[in-house]
Write a protein that binds this ligand. Structure first.
Ligand code: THU
Length: 134
């Protein structure tokens, strides 16, 4: 399936407008693509108890899982109205890797698009291969 990365970045930017960010004022948006092409937006949701803040990327993942999706091919991430890459935090990298370390991670870069693989952003991530789950 071909993905229109520019359109995906626009969806992420729209989501970023809805971010609840009274503390940081830093609006982040994400647009996560499921294997059937469905796009799930996400934004950051802050809390007065700062550590309870949920990042845009995890909002998108959790929303998609609620809707029955667990296979993802790409995620676009933006800071609203900013054209530099908005690199995901370490926690979000790990949560995304749970579902697909090979997914494309899409950013704005100047007037263009930058495409990376999640495993480039989180090499040697913790995974289940050595877990002894009975
Ligand atoms: N934030 C995200 O939404 N995603 C990230 O990957 C990094 C940080 C949010 C959390 C907080 O609301 C704001 O950006 C400033 O840290």
């Amino acid at each position: 399936m071909t993905i229109d990365y520019a359109a995906l970045l626009d969806i992420a930017d729209q989501a970023a407008k809805n971010a609840y960010v009274p503390y940081s004022k830093f609006h982040v948006g994400a647009a996560l693509v499921a294997d059937d092409g469905t796009v799930f937006p996400g934004c950051n949701v802050e809390n007065v108890s700062y550590g309870l803040t949920n990042c845009a990327e995890r909002t998108a993942i959790f929303s998609a899982v609620v809707s029955g999706h667990q296979r993802f091919s790409a995620i676009a991430i933006v800071q609203h109205a900013n054209d530099e890459p908005c690199w995901p935090c370490g926690a979000c990298r790990q949560v995304l890797a749970e579902f697909n370390p090979d997914m494309d991670v899409i950013f704005r870069e100047g007037s263009g698009v930058r495409v990376t693989k999640l495993h480039e952003l989180l090499p040697h991530c913790f995974d289940a291969t050595r877990l002894k789950v009975k």
